[in-house]
Design a protein around this ligand. Structure first.
Ligand code: SF4
Length: 329
């Protein structure tokens, strides 16, 4: 008998599309005519995804090189303005108008994440320095494009390039990116409620590591499709799933998810295997070994026990591209 083909959302060849500040790819679009090539983005991540580069300042018609711009707080005006201090040109409305059109186009590109250049008045996500017109510091804020991006796509995994050098932050971000990608693949297929239920089951530990409550609530959705239209079921599941994935999977929560998986096979394991697995989960919880060690062990024992639904959890067996970006391969 032939094995059933893997579901469409398990496909690991469909490109994962990500937006990125173009200067991070080495494009000479910076105000001084240079670039901000980020080797992690270009090499580690770039080899596994398809980029959609965006340079807001070039795309609103500025040139490289160009005079620098900055965030300014101005009297009687709410929020920060995007100002070219040399000429006192206010670029705020131009940037906002362009962003509306560009973001509508990005929605059609099917991106599942975005990497933004840190500290830019257009692209910076956090703590971009702001000034008063007389050059006094005026606190900090978010770049205007970053602001518009988050408003248009509140559930999109967006991160700054420098933060992704931290393996923990990168792991959290890339898990969200690939979860979003898998969900897109599911929606693109001729899915039925059984497919949504299978998708949810395969993400059990992934969701458990973030929010057991969300796992339970989302699991109830495919069971009652008759009460809502297909579009409304899709919307409710997508919002709940992406919101749950945005919660941090702390070390303690990940250990709890591993223990849940362990509990599903513990009865069938011999005492030595039980001790080995329990010790590995505990060592991970204490920060003594990386996640990969107990995850590989749990997967191994799930396979031996013939429990494929556990061995194939996305939490234990991610897309090879996700594993490579995490540094697991
Ligand atoms: S930070 Fe953003 S606006 Fe500035 S050069 Fe890079 S892509 Fe362009």
């Amino acid at each position: 008998m032939r094995d059933a083909p893997p579901p469409a959302w398990r496909d690991t060849r469909t490109p994962v599309r990500l937006g990125i500040s173009a200067c991070l790819l080495g494009e000479k679009v910076r105000y001084d005519g240079d670039h901000n090539r980020d080797p992690l983005a270009v090499e580690t991540i770039g080899r596994r995804v398809e980029w959609v580069p965006v340079c807001p300042e070039m795309e609103i018609g500025m040139r490289a090189p160009r005079p620098p711009i900055r965030l300014e707080r101005r009297e009687n005006q709410a929020g920060f303005r995007l100002i070219e201090p040399g000429s006192q040109t206010d670029l705020t409305e131009r940037m906002r108008r362009w962003a509306r059109g560009r973001l509508a186009a990005l929605a059609k590109e099917g991106i599942c994440g975005f990497i933004l250049k840190r500290n830019s008045p257009s692209c910076g996500l956090r703590r971009v320095k702001a000034f008063h017109p007389d050059d006094r510091p005026a606190g900090s804020g978010r770049g205007l494009f970053a602001e518009a991006l988050l408003r248009a796509f509140p559930r999109l995994p967006v991160e700054e390039n420098e933060r992704l050098w931290d393996p923990e932050a990168r792991g959290q971000w890339v898990a969200r990116v690939f979860a979003c990608h898998r969900l897109r693949l599911l929606w693109r297929s001729a899915w039925r409620k059984e497919d949504l239920a299978a998708f949810h089951a395969a993400h059990e530990l992934e969701l458990w590591a973030r929010s057991p409550r969300a796992w339970r609530a989302l699991g109830a959705l495919p069971a009652f499709p008759g009460r809502r239209s297909r579009a409304s079921l899709r919307r409710a599941y997508e919002e709940g799933f992406l919101d749950a994935m945005a919660r941090p999977a702390t070390r303690g929560r990940r250990a709890a998810a591993l223990r849940r998986g362990f509990g599903a096979i513990a009865a069938g394991l011999d005492p030595a295997a039980r001790r080995e697995l329990a010790a590995a989960v505990e060592a991970f919880r204490r920060g003594e070994i990386p996640f990969l060690a107990p995850a590989a062990l749990l997967r191994h024992y799930a396979r031996l026990a013939g429990i494929e639904s556990l061995a194939e959890q996305t939490f234990l067996n991610p897309d090879p591209r996700e594993a490579a970006i995490r540094g697991w391969t």
